[in-house]
Design a protein around this ligand. Structure first.
Ligand SMILES: C[S@@+](CC[C@H](N)C(=O)[O-])C[C@H]1O[C@@H](n2cnc3c(N)ncnc32)[C@H](O)[C@@H]1O
Length: 376
């Protein structure tokens, strides 16, 4: 049995991120550069443009460290902005009370207020970013109907129940910003009976891919980032990870690199899910071509409203079908898997919460892949 990569993640409310892992066999894998202490080193280069198959800093692993650069990236993500703007305008009816959970720079709140919402409560854990939201909404002339709340949503009480909860706390495989428990808690405590969630539901998809170019960047120890604050080596040190193959990355992987048809993971239904944080599932793909599986590509398709679908599977940054901020999720395999057309490839994904009472975002992921055979 050939086994791929293992990654486990824990995001602490205090801003620490720890990753407990099995010590990887970097030398056997032949990946990454070995530093003086025998561990991997990675250089992060700041850039504003990206190309397909470029290795980018995994933004969802550093939620508490997001700064203006990342918010600017999101605000300039044409795909995200176009679909969300249409969805908010479609969902908001005049006079509605709205919760914008994770309001960030206040863009969803602004669209909701411009669409006629009576008032918007904007919850945001970062004081610095919430200050920007307040300034933006004042400039737009709608600040009098906006109530900023600087806290983690779990700690908040609202003075009333709302008609709709809008949010964009989605990671590129769905729950890798912990949206499931956060939105379940908010829905149960803040939403009127019969109220609406935006997004409504989301399905992650996974597909084995051949992207030696991406793994070569891991081997060279080169990763790109939008800001010097997002340094992969700093993140890996904070996580306690020696092998860069132990984490996933933000990478646009073109469809031409797929070695099978994508399969759906677990759908999150924000109207009914209990916010489960522990699960495991297996997917069995059939290889559509001979090749070497270097990693697993993950992405999501989200139903924002009855009419609006956000699909980040696209792969063209120039025409804007790829998402600038999400890209895709790339889960590298330390040891690529050689497959023949017709082979079955099994992927096991596991997610579970960590037992730590002081932790608000506490979860770990593990994935592994193996070839079951059957090919010609
Ligand atoms: C992906 S950003 C989106 C910001 C904004 N809604 C937008 O669409 O541009 C998510 C924001 O939610 C905040 N956030 C995530 N989970 C939160 C929580 N449980 N409570 C409060 N803020 C949260 C983060 O700090 C971040 O600013």
């Amino acid at each position: 049995m050939r086994i791929g990569a293992i990654a486990s993640v824990r995001l602490m409310h205090a801003g620490n991120i720890n990753l407990r892992y099995r010590p990887p066999d970097c030398r056997a894998a032949g990946l990454g550069r070995l530093g003086t202490e025998g561990r991997m080193t990675v250089e992060t280069k700041v850039s504003t443009k990206y190309e397909p198959e470029e290795l980018w800093f995994p933004c969802s692993l550093d939620i508490m460290g997001w700064d203006e650069h990342f918010h600017n990236l999101m605000l300039n993500d044409r795909l995200r902005m176009a679909v969300y703007k249409k969805a908010v305008k479609n969902a908001i009816e005049p006079g509605m009370a709205v919760l914008d959970l994770g309001t960030g720079t206040g863009i969803l709140a602004r669209w909701a207020l411009e669409a006629g919402a009576a008032r918007v409560y904007g919850i945001e854990v970062s004081r610095k970013i919430l200050d920007i939201a307040e300034a933006n909404l004042a400039q737009a002339g709608v600040a009098d109907r906006f109530t900023p709340i600087n806290d983690l949503s779990y700690n908040v009480e609202l003075p009333e129940k709302v008609d709709i909860i809008v949010s964009e706390i989605i990671g590129n495989i769905g729950d890798n910003e912990d949206c499931a428990p956060i939105l379940a808690d908010a829905r149960d405590r803040f939403l009127k009976p019969g109220g609406t969630m935006l997004p409504q539901r989301l399905t992650p998809y996974f597909v084995p891919v051949a992207s030696p170019a991406t793994n070569a960047q891991i081997q060279r120890g080169v990763c790109k980032s939008i800001s010097a604050e997002q340094d992969l080596q700093v993140l890996l040190d904070r996580l306690g990870v020696a092998d860069p193959c132990e984490v996933y990355y933000d990478v646009v992987i073109p469809r031409s690199r797929h070695l099978a048809e994508p399969l759906a993971g677990r759908t999150l239904d924000f109207f009914s899910d209990g916010g489960e944080t522990a699960y495991s599932f297996s997917l069995t793909f059939t290889a559509t071509a001979d090749g070497e599986v270097t990693g697993i590509k993950g992405y999501f398709i989200a139903q924002l409203t009855d009419r609006d679908v956000l699909d980040i599977s696209g792969d063209d940054p120039v025409s804007g079908t790829a998402s600038d901020s999400w890209k895709h999720c790339y889960m590298p395999l330390a040891r690529p898997l050689r497959v023949k057309a017709g082979d079955r490839i099994r992927l096991d994904v596991e997610r579970w919460p960590e037992k730590n009472e002081s932790s608000a975002f506490a979860f770990r992921y593990r994935w592994r892949a193996e070839v079951l055979g059957d090919g010609a």
